[in-house]
Write a protein that binds this ligand. Structure first.
Ligand SMILES: Cc1cc2nc3c(=O)[nH]c(=O)nc-3n(C[C@H](O)[C@H](O)[C@H](O)COP(=O)(O)OP(=O)(O)OC[C@H]3O[C@@H](n4cnc5c(N)ncnc54)[C@H](O)[C@@H]3O)c2cc1C
Length: 387
């Protein structure tokens, strides 16, 4: 498919494409139908070092930037796979890298880079507070050399296929802080140890094959040295990581968008109805062309966000706008793809309905479209705050 965006990443694309080609549509379809985890695929990506792209070479990774990492995620989705099974590791390790102590980096990063440990989970969302993160009720109370965790999380992904989770909890009650964003902290939680001593995991059956869970904490004790950075600053640290998360997910949506456009273009060129290819009708051509334009535009914003992130410059606006544009573009492309496949769009064997379900998630998670619009209105345009 032609792309107008300049792309300096063809080596990475070719290598990731070659690996993904070993896991064809039938593999992802089977994993989806059995609602199981693509272990062999994630293992192959880990062995090839792709999931350690952002870890510096000193710690055994390849020391690449967010732009390269985003290309890896894009190619996974573009190949017909779903990076949702493994994207957590990319942005979670960024939080550790930017805010962890020298000892923590030395302990975790080489093991994550080698594949010995996975850091695929991040526990932020709670059932009562939803998007209003500063109202979280999960608490971490210091007792000697431990923190004691109590509370509940929801929609926490990949717990069963991760060794560690970054957990956000309140260390100072909301009523006792000057700013509502203060008084929250982040911790490394050893998931297998936690399951044995105070954390209960309840899987949530859902529309996509996304392994996600409710978590309940009852006097879970974790070592004080698992605190990342300074106590009380966790919200700021998490926000920093969210810019990487949004940009990587934008790239996944772009990969989806290209996949949909590629499939529907081919199908519309071949499917003959009323004696001619359906793609000869402008009513069919225009929604596909429109989706293509939007994916290309989103692609530019994604690389702008990556550039700023990699230069350690503020990129909140660009990361949010990239996520917004890409999620919208992939959804438009998904709609065109399913529509012009007619009835076949609904058949499992075409993979369109699977990818359609998968890309729909990104209108809601990890941040909903409305919240991005509100961020742009208030933080960029200076309109009055609504909450
Ligand atoms: C499959 C899946 C995996 C997930 N994985 C994780 C994970 O690993 N870790 C984690 O911490 N979280 C995870 N999440 C949670 C996800 O980040 C949240 O679902 C998302 O941020 C929305 O929060 P909520 O569901 O509480 O919606 P709510 O906050 O209840 O909002 C519901 C809807 O209301 C609208 N809305 C809310 N407030 C406003 C407002 N002020 N103005 C306008 N509109 C508004 C938005 O459209 C929003 O979509 C996951 C979710 C899903 C579905």
């Amino acid at each position: 498919m032609p792309t107008t965006a300049t792309d300096a990443y063809s080596d990475i694309r070719d290598a990731v494409r070659a690996l993904c080609a070993e896991f064809p549509d039938a593999y992802h379809r089977d994993i989806d139908s059995r609602r199981t985890y693509p272990e062999a695929f994630v293992e192959a990506l880990t062995r090839a070092g792709w999931l350690a792209a952002l870890i510096p070479q000193d710690y055994g990774g390849s020391g690449l930037g967010l732009a390269e990492a985003s290309v890896i995620m894009e190619e996974i989705n573009r190949s017909g796979g779903n990076a949702g099974a493994c994207h957590g590791q990319m942005y979670n390790m960024g939080t550790l890298l930017r805010h962890g102590s020298a000892e923590q980096k030395q302990l975790y990063l080489p093991r994550i880079a080698s594949g010995e440990w996975r850091l695929q989970s991040m526990g932020v969302t709670e059932p009562t507070s939803g998007t209003d993160t500063t109202k979280i009720r999960t608490t971490a109370v210091r007792r000697g050399d431990r923190y004691v965790i109590n509370g509940q999380k929801v929609w926490i992904s990949r717990i069963q296929h991760s060794d560690w989770m970054i957990l956000l909890a309140r260390t100072t009650p909301l009523a006792d802080v000057a700013k509502k964003t203060e008084g929250m902290s982040i911790f490394m939680v050893d998931l297998r140890a936690a399951e044995r001593s105070g954390m209960t995991v309840r899987p949530i059956a859902n529309m996509v094959n996304h392994e996600t869970n409710e978590l309940f904490f009852e006097n879970l004790e974790i070592p004080a040295e698992n605190l990342i950075g300074e106590e009380g600053k966790g919200f700021r640290y998490i926000l920093d990581g969210l810019n990487a998360e949004r940009t990587l997910i934008a790239a996944e949506c772009i990969g989806d968008g290209y996949w949909f456009i590629d499939r529907v273009t081919k199908y519309a060129g071949e499917r003959i109805v009323f004696g001619r290819p359906i793609g000869q009708n402008q009513g069919v051509q225009f929604p596909i062309a429109e989706a293509y334009i939007e994916v290309e535009a989103a692609n530019l914003m994604r690389f702008r966000a990556c550039e700023l992130f990699d230069k350690h410059q503020p990129c909140g606006a660009e990361a949010n706008m990239a996520k917004y544009l890409a999620a919208k573009a992939s959804w438009e492309a998904a709609n065109a793809c399913i529509q012009f496949h007619g009835g076949f769009g609904f058949a499992d064997e075409y993979d369109v309905e699977r990818k359609f379900r998968e890309t729909r998630l990104y209108q809601v998670a990890p941040i909903s479209t409305n919240l991005i619009l509100s961020y742009v209105a208030e933080h960029l345009l200076g309109l009055p705050r609504s909450f």
